[in-house]
Write a protein that binds this ligand. Structure first.
Ligand code: NAG
Length: 477
């Protein structure tokens, strides 16, 4: 039947159009179609949705308190005393000889860390550092949402700061950004391009640190994205940049898909891609022998192969935590919320292995090669004093309960200008050619010279430079 209609149409068409006009018309039409395909990809977006996560029933009279309230972190004496008592009572065990970090956090080294935490770590001093930037809370969807908001101290006349929302992941916190904030807000004094200055907003994901934990089931990355979008609106930003790694990457990507018109650019140091099906498999197999045929670069090859060893086995070895957190987070949460030593081991093991996989071969997990114990324990303290480890782990359950390949965001791509910083020790590598299948407008893609999963924390200078480079490309376009 379709054929018949087509044939009828064609003969009617031929009857009415002289042949001399047909060729140019067809070429014109083809050109127009090509243009449409290349440039006019219609920007799709996903639903913003709605939610309310406060305790109990939402009363009709209840409205969020929309004020933005200054917030100060306090070091409570009672908390410190309780912490010290618990640390004093830690029950250590004897690790296997030579097990390094292969069985998890080495118990001998844990002794050293706990002794430092008990006797040298000064929470008062760290709280002063945390409070050097202004903190706030505001209520969104029934939750008190915490964030740090740093404005550039100096701007040249006529110069505008780029608003930038930076989102952390697990087991990190807003504190991961403390070393990069000065580089972005005062680039000129740190040897960076003085013409690109940022105004930074670093929120805590609800359930993490000083942001209230959702009281209802179902708080996923989409809900976090929507809450952060509302936060930016409340702060008066209609357009802004986004940056994220880990969950922060997922959340900022979703925000870009919900409100592409508000997002000037999305910068990621961790890229999650759908599994990619048969096409990906083909790319992997051909890429092993003829990478250029499938658009893989030398660096990609170095990161991807041998594939089983570097990706499949490694992921299996390192993703047990994910399975637990995506199924029964509250069970382990009970132990970790009760034992500071357990919490430190659980969190800092990730800062070891995710910074450099080979740190598992070291007795002390290489922790202090890249970070100071003060910084690491400050991040642990943010989970400890707020009792937020269990609620932080639940984010895995709320997201993995659905098929990851079939959430609404996988059906449409990302249309906002995107910058990707590929750090060599990241958990998974996303070659540009694969990333392009989801991110339609990659304006910068950089193979970073060093660094791992906690990029802002570990390599603030490299990340800041790449962000500036990305923004300079976006602003020129
Ligand atoms: C988050 O949950 C909402 C409500 O169930 C759902 O519509 C949305 O697709 C989910 N988002 C993701 C990324 O799974």
């Amino acid at each position: 039947m379709w054929k018949q209609l087509l044939d009828n149409g064609r003969s009617a068409f031929n009857d009415h159009w002289p042949h001399s006009l047909l060729v140019p018309a067809a070429v014109g039409l083809g050109g127009a179609l090509l243009c449409w395909k290349l440039h006019g990809r219609k920007i799709k977006s996903i639903e913003l949705g709605e939610g309310w996560w406060g305790p109990g029933e939402k009363s009709h009279l209840h409205n969020d308190d929309t004020r933005v309230r200054p917030f100060v972190i306090e070091a409570a004496e009672a908390d410190i005393k309780d912490l010290h008592d618990r640390l004093d009572n830690t029950r250590f065990f004897i690790p296997l000889e030579d097990s390094k970090f292969h069985y998890g956090f080495n118990s001998n080294h844990l002794k050293t860390v706990i002794s430092y935490w008990r006797n040298q770590f000064d929470w008062h001093k760290q709280v002063k550092i945390l409070n050097k930037y202004p903190h706030y809370q505001t209520t969104i969807e029934g939750l008190d949402v915490h964030f740090v908001h740093v404005k550039p101290p100096h701007l040249a006349p006529g110069q505008k700061a780029c608003p930038l929302l930076m989102v952390h992941g697990w087991p990190g916190s807003f504190f991961e950004f403390y070393n990069i904030i000065p580089l972005l807000t005062e680039p000129g004094t740190h040897g960076l391009n003085p013409n690109i200055v940022f105004e930074i907003i670093c929120p805590s994901i609800p359930g993490y640190g000083f942001s209230e934990a959702p009281h209802k089931k179902g708080f996923n990355a989409s809900a976090a994205a929507r809450i952060f979008y509302k936060l930016m609106l409340r702060l008066g930003f209609k357009e802004f940049y986004l940056q994220g790694g880990d969950w922060g990457s997922r959340i900022t990507t979703l925000l870009s898909q919900m409100k592409p018109e508000s997002v000037k650019g999305l910068h990621l140091n961790f890229v999650m891609l759908p599994t990619g099906g048969l096409g990906r498999l083909k790319s992997l197999i051909i890429g092993r022998f003829a990478p250029w045929l499938v658009g893989l670069t030398k660096e990609d090859v170095k990161q991807l192969y041998p594939y089983m060893e570097k990706n499949v086995y490694r992921l299996l070895l390192e993703s047990g935590y994910m399975h637990i957190q995506a199924t029964k987070p509250d069970t382990v949460g009970s132990a970790l919320n009760d034992s500071p030593a357990g919490l430190a081991a659980y969190i800092l093991e990730k800062f070891s292995t995710w910074t450099d996989n080979s740190f598992r071969d070291l007795e002390e997990g290489g922790l202090e090669r890249k970070f100071s114990l003060d910084d690491l324990l400050t991040n642990v303290m943010i989970y400890w004093v707020t009792g937020s480890i269990a609620s932080s782990m639940r984010l895995y359950k709320e997201n993995f309960s659905r098929d990851f390949n079939r959430t609404p965001d996988t059906k449409i791509g990302v249309y906002v200008p995107t910058g990707i910083a590929a750090f060599p020790c990241e958990l998974v590598h996303a070659p540009r050619v694969w990333a392009k299948q989801k991110f339609y407008k990659i304006v910068s893609y950089t193979y970073m010279p060093r660094g791992g999963h906690f990029a802002a924390f570990e390599e603030p200078g490299l990340l800041a430079r790449d962000l500036q480079n990305f923004v300079s490309k976006v602003e020129k376009v």
